[in-house]
Design a protein. Structure first.
Length: 255
């Protein structure tokens, strides 16, 4: 898992170009759950700042943390000047400062499970909110999806990230909600869905795949072959289902 977690830096510019941003509905959902003004936030694994922009432009003072220098450099090109950036893995963040919100956008599964929730809790004010949101970008047309899977199969069985705690994809409560419910540090755990539909050119869809960790860890010649195979079976334009699963929880006053 660690090799996949650290594979993104080489494609930071492509990540910024091809990864979709986050809708304002997501921001509204998190703030409505908080039930009070959220003034400060810490972001785990900010990448190129797709979610950073959403919260910073909503008036939240964001500290964006990211362990990869190339990703952080790309982020700094796109976020408002008042965003503070820190090059650090989540596990290396020093204790002390506390925030009204701690969130992770498609990044939490890369963190170390040992002590994860006590570390998150230590970064939150009592009653503060934790939010995690992510979701696969999937081809909406079943026939196109099947053709792409067949083209990919000789090189890569799956390009998905397995649930860290083994929760089945179809379970009513998905990870990390499953872990949050078991944690002594959090209460009022909720799972919500933000629907998102996108359209991309075939070229941009292959560009998106070039930012996915399962492909990034393949040898470069294999990557070129699998992308060429996928490109051959794509129509000129593809529809995408890119729903965002959101998990929300509130830090207990006392564990």
């Amino acid at each position: 898992m660690s090799s996949r977690a650290l594979s993104f830096g080489e494609t930071a510019q492509a990540y910024e170009r091809f990864r979709p941003g986050y809708p304002v509905e997501l921001f509204d959902l998190v703030l409505a759950y908080a039930g009070r003004p959220v003034r400060t936030a810490l972001e785990i694994g900010a990448g190129t700042g797709k979610a950073t922009r959403l919260f910073a432009r909503g008036g939240v003072t964001v500290v964006a943390t990211e362990p990869d220098g190339a990703m952080l450099a790309e982020l700094r090109k796109h976020v408002p000047a008042h965003v503070t950036t820190v090059r650090a893995a989540f596990e290396d963040l020093p204790p002390g400062e506390r925030y009204g919100l701690v969130y992770a956008a498609a990044a939490l599964h890369w963190t170390n499970p040992e002590g994860r929730w006590s570390r998150v809790a230590a970064l939150l004010e009592p009653g503060g909110v934790f939010a995690s949101f992510a979701g696969p970008v999937q081809l909406a047309d079943p026939a196109v999806r099947e053709a792409v899977e067949a083209a990919r199969a000789p090189f890569l069985e799956s390009d998905e990230v397995a649930s860290p705690d083994g929760t089945p994809a179809g379970a009513a409560m998905r990870w990390p909600g499953t872990e949050l419910r078991r944690s002594e540090w959090f209460t009022d755990v909720r799972q919500r869905l933000v629907e998102r539909r996108l359209t991309m050119s075939a070229e941009d869809y292959v560009g998106h795949l070039s930012t996915v960790s399962a492909y990034l860890v393949l040898p470069a010649p294999v990557r070129r072959r699998v992308f060429a195979a996928i490109a051959r079976v794509l129509p000129a334009t593809v529809g995408l289902a890119a729903d965002i699963t959101v998990h929300l929880a509130r830090r207990r006053s006392e564990p």
